[in-house]
Design a protein around this ligand. Structure first.
Ligand SMILES: *Cc1c(COP(=O)(O)O)cnc(C)c1O
Length: 234
């Protein structure tokens, strides 16, 4: 079996599972964007996925994302979902169309300063998801503590031009994914009246995307179920 056949087979299974989960949740599958997470996989795999019709790609590292986004046709959408380092923001902003892991006001201000003027001029607005950390004891996980989200949104909307489209989360290992995703859904429901732009939820990975779809995920980020187990970064 070629790598292309292997990936095609995996992708078909994942798409079928997404459709089934959507059906179970009485949702239209077209409201769920599948992001293929290509981190640690070579650009040839991303190209195979592109040829199979995938247009949304997720990356965790700036250098890898820059390289792959440059190598693929320009109608692909690139999602940055890794932990943000302040000194990398300018570079991340140069290739990523959507930032799923916005994790602090400080980083938001940096994106705003770097991207703001140019993107306004081009009429092109980057999409941002605020990452929610459901495990406040684990700062290494990244994201804004769920209890801090409202305060952060208030300042974000008041002091920057960044308008988050929703929340992103990674279900903590210590938590039932269904409970985790419900919490983030509730958080959105509690915030959306005041901030109507918050209508998207980026949640669900290979191990828990069915639960995420049941809880209203609009973007799911799938790596290993499509590409297999990951090695070291390329
Ligand atoms: C790696 C990663 C994924 C994909 O994980 P899989 O379990 O391989 O599907 C999704 N989201 C984030 C933030 C990741 O770091």
């Amino acid at each position: 079996m070629t790598r292309g056949q292997e990936i095609a087979g995996n992708l078909t299974k994942v798409v079928e599972s997404i459709e089934k989960a959507a059906l179970n949740a009485r949702r239209d599958p077209s409201g769920i964007t599948l992001i293929a997470v290509t981190k640690n996989f070579p650009i040839s795999d991303a190209q195979i996925l592109y040829d199979l019709g995938i247009r949304n790609f997720g990356e965790n590292r700036d250098d890898e994302g820059a390289l792959k986004s440059e190598g693929l046709p320009s109608d692909a959408t690139w999602h940055f979902q890794g932990q943000i380092q302040g000194r990398k923001i300018k570079s991340i902003a140069s290739w990523a169309d959507q930032i799923h892991s916005l994790d602090s006001l400080d980083h938001a201000r940096k994106f705003d300063a770097i991207v703001g003027v140019d993107q306004m001029a081009e009429g092109k607005v980057k999409k941002y998801f605020l990452q929610v950390n459901l495990e406040p004891g684990r700062v290494d996980r990244g994201g804004v503590n769920a209890k801090e989200v409202k305060r952060v949104l208030e300042i974000l909307f008041r002091e920057t031009r960044i308008t988050p489209v929703g929340f992103m989360t990674v279900a903590p290992q210590s938590m039932d994914p269904l409970m985790a995703f419900r919490k983030v859904r509730e958080l959105r429901e509690n915030c959306v009246e005041q901030y109507p732009s918050l209508n998207q939820l980026s949640m669900g990975m290979s191990g828990d995307f069915e639960a995420a779809i049941a809880c209203g995920a609009t973007h799911i980020r799938i790596g290993s179920s499509i590409l297999g187990s990951r090695g070291l970064p390329v």
